[in-house]
Ligand binder design. Structure first.
Ligand code: UTP
Length: 336
């Protein structure tokens, strides 16, 4: 099976962090987000080929993957970010007109899911998650045999929404020929949403051409596309990995006058003094933290923090955040 991972977007919602670093290399829980996706694919041994669709800062992604994994990746370029449908279409050359099973995974979304179970199906499968409020998502409509009949983008209300099963960004398609034909249909007919070619329009076209698609429930859907979801995913990964028992003691003992509250990730060569770290802090290699409290935050490598309380923060590589201690003379009942 061929796996397509589109990573060509600009990641504007995560600026300034994505100005010099591609979104998929942003660190979450101690590793770049793309690392978790590739790691799982290689461990599961389900991919004959992994195709990265690169664009903006694509060379950095190439460099990271080639130097980290012992796998022969395919790279194709999306010269202009014209939408997810267009990004997937860029992978066509690797298929060489052959028909192949295809798995599409968004590069900025992690899934805590049994992929092998998901693809064990006679039909194509779309990953979904039941959500309370379907208005912010693309949702599926299904018939009584559990087959998808329609995709609806951002329904106006829960009442008019055909279901509350939101599309999460994981697609297993049995027939790559039909996929590329449908993408061609969408592009030739200039079917766009906000100027971009959408994958769901091609999937809808496949259904109209009698392709059978069903859904698979993905409980662990970890979006990394916005600061708040990146931090949420960071919490999830740290929690999952935490082996509470001895880690807390051994960590705290390593750093001068400091308390480490698990779950945390602390990289190599980190200096911590007079500080409280955690819960839910990812501190990458070579950071320096003094007289500070850091919780629910991600610090990239070589950043340095002094005299500050940080929460729900993302600090870029080499950034220096320092506050002078306050000298105050405050009257009764004042508020600062
Ligand atoms: P998003 O819709 O999150 O777009 O793409 P984006 O550019 O990454 O981020 P924002 O919206 O500007 O903040 C979901 C996935 O699809 C890829 C992205 O790289 C991301 O992995 N994508 C999107 C492409 O490869 N090409 C595109 O034209 C659009």
């Amino acid at each position: 099976m061929k796996v397509i991972i589109p990573v060509a977007g600009f990641g504007t919602r995560l600026r300034p962090h994505t100005l010099h670093n591609p979104k998929v290399l942003l660190n979450v829980g101690g590793k770049p987000m793309i690392h978790y996706i590739i790691d799982q694919l290689i461990k599961d041994k389900i991919a004959s080929s992994i195709i990265l669709v690169t664009g903006f800062l694509g060379d950095k992604i190439k460099e990271y993957l080639n130097s980290t994994f012992d796998f022969d990746f395919d790279y194709v370029e999306q010269a202009e970010a014209k939408g997810l449908g267009h990004a997937v279409y860029c992978a066509k050359s690797v298929f060489k007109n052959k028909n192949d099973e295809t798995l599409i995974i968004l590069g900025d979304t992690l899934f805590d899911v049994d992929l092998k179970k998901m693809i064990r199906n006679e039909n194509s499968v779309i990953g979904v998650k039941v959500v309370d409020d379907p208005r912010r998502f693309g949702v599926v409509e299904k018939d009584d045999q559990n087959l998808i009949t329609r995709f609806v983008e951002k329904p106006a209300s829960a009442e008019v929404s055909p279901s509350n099963e939101a599309i999460v960004g994981l697609y297993y398609l049995k027939n790559s020929k039909k996929l590329f034909e449908s993408l061609e249909y969408v592009m030739n007919n200039n079917i766009t949403v906000k100027g971009e070619f959408q994958l769901t329009d091609a999937l809808e076209n496949m259904i109209n051409n009698k392709e059978k698609m069903t859904t698979f429930n993905v409980e662990g859907w970890l979006d990394c596309g916005k600061p708040e979801t990146l931090l949420e995913t960071n919490r999830y990964l740290l929690q999952k990995r935490s082996k509470k028992s001895s880690a807390e003691k051994s960590h705290s003992a390593k750093y001068k006058n400091s308390k480490i509250i698990e779950p945390v990730y602390i990289g190599k060569n980190v200096k911590i003094e007079n500080s409280i770290i955690g819960p839910y802090a990812t501190i990458n290699d070579n950071c320096v933290i003094k007289n500070s409290i850091v919780q629910d935050s991600i610090l990239d490598k070589y950043s340095s923090i002094e005299n500050i309380t940080l929460t729900e923060s993302i600090i870029g590589e080499g950034a220096n955040v320092k506050r002078n201690a306050l000298k105050l003379s405050i009257g009764n009942y004042s508020e600062i």
